[in-house]
Design a protein around this ligand. Structure first.
Ligand code: HXC
Length: 256
């Protein structure tokens, strides 16, 4: 197994990065498994006060379409990233997503697990799943409506159109937009500020906010989402949508 996710820890800040530039950091099962192990290490390290998710040039252009294309329903269930993503939501310390380039599909959904999002000015974000004959399968249908509201989440999820950083800022999908070369630095500065605050208080604040906003919903919601999502891998539309991506052409959906 190639190591494609790394962890560094210093000055109270942990940083998880993905390195798969040839596929714009698209996420496959191996990489998400590696991230899962790194999250456990972060959770066990008492020196960590804040976690940053950041990858060079592109946050992640989604889940790996080439790896998913031939999945059946069972395969899709096994591919689903929700258990790992839910771990990030449940991590006791704050998580900041520092977004450069594309954050699409499973990449956007990873960014949504963070407490705070910072984007570069040329970042492109969205949920292109419906262009592939599937829908967001890693918590996007639960976390996006909570964050930006039902109507905007439905617009992004039903059209599949990506949005730019300014629109993302205006709808609250990101907290801050900065120059592309300042993304990681800005996240680091914020993380270090958080790291200097009372750690028990910060952790408790996150827990109280999450329990008020998310509990009863995330686990149940992502279970339903994963079930329905996996069913799509029985459809001709999913096969056609992903085949069309790999053949670099427009899909011809037949509604079955
Ligand atoms: C696999 C991907 C990929 C992906 C890009 N690549 N995104 N491979 N899965 N999600 C690969 C391309 O095939 C290509 O490799 C290389 O990365 C560079 O991409 P290009 O398309 O040549 O780059 P560009 O023309 O700049 O277009 C960038 C792009 C486009 C607009 C981001 O790559 C794109 O549309 N990607 C797919 C985005 C997407 O639909 N994401 C959602 C996936 S579904 P080759 O070798 O072919 O040249 C999803 C569901 C999550 O995330 C559900 C939970 C598990």
């Amino acid at each position: 197994m190639m190591t494609q996710a790394s962890l560094t820890i210093g000055e109270g800040v942990a940083l998880i990065s993905v390195e798969r530039p040839e596929a714009l950091n698209a996420l496959n099962r191996d990489i998400v498994d590696q991230i899962d192990v790194l999250i456990d290490r972060v959770a066990e390290d008492e020196s960590v006060r804040c976690l940053i998710l950041h990858s060079d040039r592109n946050f992640a252009a989604g889940a790996d379409i080439k790896a998913m294309a031939s999945c059946d329903e069972e395969g899709a269930k096994a591919f689903c990233f929700s258990p790992t993503y839910n771990k990030l939501t449940r991590l006791s310390v704050p998580v900041i997503a520092a977004i450069e380039g594309y954050a699409l599909g499973g990449g956007m959904e990873l960014a949504l697990t963070a407490d705070i999002r910072i984007a570069g000015e040329s970042a492109k974000m969205g949920f292109p799943e419906v262009t592939l004959g599937i829908f967001p399968g890693a918590g996007g249908t639960i976390r996006a409506p909570k964050l930006i509201g039902e109507a905007l989440a439905k617009e992004l999820i039903f059209t599949g159109d990506p949005i730019d950083a300014d629109r993302a800022l205006s709808i609250g999908l990101v907290n801050k937009v900065v120059d592309d070369d300042q993304v990681l630095e800005t996240a680091m500065k914020m993380a270090k500020r958080i790291a200097r605050r009372g750690p028990v208080a910060v952790r408790m604040a996150k827990d109280v906010i999450n329990r008020g906003l998310l509990d009863n919903n995330v686990e149940k919601g992502t279970e339903l989402e994963a079930e329905q999502w996996a069913k799509l891998f029985n459809t001709e539309d999913q096969k056609e949508g992903m085949k069309a991506f790999m053949e670099k052409r427009k899909p011809e959906f037949r509604n079955r």
